[in-house]
Design a protein around this ligand. Structure first.
Ligand code: F6P
Length: 324
């Protein structure tokens, strides 16, 4: 019997399990057996896999993490290993493979397709930094988690009349910072897409302090903090020095990658998982599934890897203008 393979690769994201479930069940519904490779491309290279039945993916739609584990696999960048991976897939009678992950994972899927195995990518990353799609699985859950954390930090910032500098994830893109910063009503949102100027932030803090504001939230994206010696702590120290307001930095970190996926993440994961299997079933490979204007769609992997997503400067300006 023909089989469909599935793996999760790169950083995990809430909703990956919902995607694995949808891929598995869609494939079974269409008459395939399903193989789940463990720890991304490592499982494919080293024949570490599990067969997935409809029951094996019961009770996972609501769980964070990935039952298939995940990893970044540098060896898979070497062509000889891609060929070995393809041979392993042939031995398993794989008709195609669904890869759930980010841009790096899609490069592996492209190489495997070139080696002769049709592959479909599904965007799974909390960062929403994939050009071809408006939305990536895990993004909504991560933002809601970060928002809840900032709400809690705000309570203590308020009690102490402090400024809280909160670093959120997003190494190459500031989407989490922008949306979370807007949703918590931050005084300033610091992302790599917009120019960062500490004196402007200090100026705003002082101006609003003069109108009675006593505590302040600054949301910083990881990508900016990583480029500053001392990171978010340094930003907090500068604010203390320049304003006299006691400031604290909090790096939210991996809490943003865990937890039960939100409704939106479960829904998108389910739609995309089904769509990916449908493409493979029709004999179509070398595609990345995306979401545009609320509709699931697909793009060639080569094109998808070249696409860029313009930052929402309009939202950034709105948030900035009303942080009075
Ligand atoms: O790509 C998702 C992401 O969470 C980034 O925001 C972050 O920079 C990176 O992964 C962290 O990766 P790791 O878990 O390997 O430290």
């Amino acid at each position: 019997m023909d089989r469909i393979g599935v793996l999760t690769s790169g950083g995990d994201a809430p909703g990956m399990n919902a995607a694995i479930r949808a891929v598995t069940r869609a494939a079974i519904a269409k008459g395939y057996e399903v193989v789940g490779f463990l720890r991304g491309y490592n499982g494919l290279l080293n024949n570490k896999y599990m067969s997935l039945s409809a029951r094996d993916v019961s009770d996972i739609i609501h769980r964070g993490g990935t039952i298939l584990y995940t990893a970044r696999c540098l060896e898979f960048k070497e062509w000889d290993n891609v060929v070995k991976g393809k041979e392993n897939c042939d031995d398993l009678f794989l008709k195609g493979l669904v890869v759930i992950g980010g841009d790096g994972s899609f490069r592996g899927a492209l190489d495997l397709t070139k080696a002769g195995l049709p592959c479909i990518g599904i965007p799974g990353t909390i960062d929403n930094d994939i050009g071809c799609t408006d939305y990536t699985i895990g993004y909504d859950t991560a933002m809601n988690t970060a928002m809840e954390m900032v709400d809690k930090i705000r309570d203590t910032a308020q009690s102490h009349d402090r400024c809280s500098v909160i670093e959120v994830m997003g190494n190459k893109a500031g989407w989490i910072a922008l949306n979370v910063g807007t949703a918590v009503g931050a005084m300033a949102i610091v992302t790599m897409e917009a120019e960062y100027n500490i004196d402007e932030i200090v100026g705003k803090i002082k101006a609003t302090q003069a109108t009675g504001k006593q505590h302040f939230i600054i949301v910083v994206s990881e990508g900016v903090a990583a480029k500053i010696d001392g990171g978010s702590d340094y930003i907090a120290k500068q604010i203390t020095q320049k304003t006299g307001i006691e400031s604290r930095a909090t790096v939210l970190g991996h809490v943003q990658r865990g937890g039960n996926p939100t409704l939106r993440d479960r829904l998108v994961a389910t739609e995309m998982g089904y769509y990916a299997v449908d493409l493979l079933d029709k004999g179509i490979g070398q595609r990345v599934v995306g979401q545009k204007d609320g509709k699931v769609c697909d793009f060639g992997i080569v094109d998808a890897l070249q696409m860029t997503k313009p930052f929402d400067m309009n939202l950034y300006r709105i948030a900035d203008e009303i942080s009075l």
